[in-house]
Design a protein around this ligand. Structure first.
Ligand code: AMP
Length: 306
């Protein structure tokens, strides 16, 4: 099957209680692609400036990512600066410089227009909408967004959400989008906006999937050392979408498996800054952690009362 992602390729400047890195590689579509490409072929659409290292595109190509949809234009690459305090579940944005994204109009290469699965990674919802207009209806359209767009481009976001099957948000974003504090109520309110399935990412506590008549909670892999959570959400989504593209269409069983694969992928990326850890792992590592997580969470029914 084919998986298409459209989103940001970025430089990130990140500070956590454990260290600091200036202008390392990041971006929603970049993390997504590195993760999903362990499982399936990925077609990537985005934009970079003159300063973006060619080696990262070469590296993506070496992982079966088709970068024909990555435009290199005059100007600087998107730059996000963020900070995490001891609560690593909450990113504080210090600065967002859209740079080449400010004038970006995604144009999909002809070969990218019939994806089975489409992931509209975190970018301007108007651009996400423009991408939907260029593809034949995929089997599944998924979207990710963040507080920056929920408050800054709410109308455009509500418009694109009507055409989305699966929404990825974290709990703060779910609350902000829905106006509901309780995440289950927030999920129900968001489902009325369009997506039939909502996945609420809860950082170190795992992720909750909500849909009509079905819910699933995937625990996070219990890690001792979390170094930098940047990219965890996109890496999680890459695991979910890569798993669906590789192992079957969306149904409750494949979706549950995909959620756990997503959580396992995310558990690797947070172990170091940027791509430093995830670029070293193989599908065998994913399978090993998947098995461990299954054993961590396996429990029997209670005996019936006599
Ligand atoms: P997450 O997976 O949620 O931690 O996403 C982190 C990535 O999102 C970083 O690598 C950033 O470069 C990227 N990012 C942050 N803000 C934006 C934005 N407004 N639009 C697109 N990408 C962003």
């Amino acid at each position: 099957m084919t998986l298409l992602v459209v989103g940001s390729l970025a430089f990130d400047s990140v500070e956590t209680p454990f260290g600091k890195r200036d202008k390392v590689l990041g971006g929603s579509a970049n993390f997504f692609s590195v993760s999903a490409s362990l499982l399936t072929k990925v077609n990537l659409v985005g934009v970079v400036g003159e300063d973006f290292p060619e080696e990262q595109l070469t590296y993506l190509k070496s992982r079966n990512v088709d970068v024909a949809g990555v435009d290199r234009v005059a100007g600087k690459t998107f730059h996000w600066s963020g900070k995490y305090n001891f609560d690593l579940n909450e990113a504080h944005t210090l600065d967002t410089q859209l740079n080449v994204f400010a004038d970006f109009k995604p144009v999909l290469p002809a070969g990218f227009r019939k994806p089975d699965h489409l992931f509209l990674a975190n970018i301007d919802p108007e651009l996400q909408y423009a991408v939907l207009d260029q593809v034949e209806r995929p089997k599944l359209v998924a979207l990710d967004t963040m507080n920056y767009w929920i408050s800054g481009k709410r109308e455009a976001l509500l418009k694109v959400l009507k055409r989305v099957d699966l929404l990825f948000v974290n709990d703060a974003e779910a609350r902000q989008l829905s106006g509901e504090h309780n995440v289950v109520k927030a999920g129900a309110a968001i489902r009325k906006m369009g997506p039939r399935t909502v996945i609420i990412k809860r950082g170190e506590y795992g992720a909750l999937m909500l849909e009509q008549g079905h819910a699933f909670y995937a625990p996070a892999y219990p890690l001792e050392d979390v170094f930098d959570p940047t990219g965890a959400g996109d890496t999680f989504a890459g695991g979910v979408m890569g798993s669906l593209d590789r192992w079957g269409g969306f149904n409750p069983a494949t979706a549950r498996q995909a959620m756990v694969v997503g959580g396992v992928m995310a558990s690797f990326v947070v172990e170091d800054f940027s791509f430093d850890r995830i670029r070293k792992i193989s599908l065998d590592d994913v399978q090993a952690r998947y098995g461990e997580l299954r054993r961590f969470t396996d429990f029997k029914d209670l005996p019936t009362q006599e």
